[in-house]
Design a binder for this molecule. Structure first.
Ligand code: THU
Length: 160
């Protein structure tokens, strides 16, 4: 038997340790939780996407009575950014969640579909996306979508 070890490094920051540009991105993601439509889960997610050209796009989760029709905050923000700037790489994304009258203490982790969507954008522009997951105690930083979704599905490049 052989083994393959998959490693993902998570950098853990306090808010004040981050660069001002990233502090703004996280603050925008937190603010955006207020625009979430989450009558079913009551879990309000906000995402802020920063493009290489400095443009910022925000998104929040939008739920639906037919549950699968709902969409996550990350994919709202990413699709919005890519629709406006189809040739501009995504530099960073920040994600925050608000539930039961408070921001989550634990950094909020993107769901599997959002990871796959982030990876698509990363591969499309061949440029890593810096991912910041907000928690009131700490902020997790992962340097690329690939690191958040190891052994990802791909039509041409499956790493087994
Ligand atoms: N949600 C997001 O917006 N992003 C994620 O990465 C995880 C989950 C939303 C979907 C749903 O509206 C609510 O959070 C609860 O799952």
């Amino acid at each position: 038997m052989k083994q393959k070890v998959i490693e993902t490094i998570v950098n853990i920051y306090r808010f004040t340790e981050l660069e001002p540009e990233i502090q703004v991105l996280i603050t925008k993601a937190k603010e955006q939780t207020k625009n979430s439509y989450a009558p079913y889960s009551k879990f309000h997610v906000g995402a802020a996407v920063l493009l290489e050209n400095g443009a910022l796009f925000l998104g929040s989760n939008q739920e639906n009575a037919a549950f699968p029709a709902g969409i996550c905050a990350e994919r709202v923000a990413l699709s919005y950014a890519n629709s406006e700037y189809p040739n501009e790489p995504v530099k960073a994304i920040a994600i925050a969640a608000y539930a039961q009258q408070e921001f989550s203490a634990q950094p909020v982790a993107p769901c599997g579909i959002c990871r796959q969507s982030l990876l698509e954008v990363e591969r499309r522009f061949q440029s890593p996306i810096s991912i910041y997951l907000f928690g009131t105690e700490y902020i997790y930083h992962i340097s690329s979508a690939e690191k958040l979704l190891p052994m990802a599905f791909s039509l041409d490049k499956n790493e087994a």
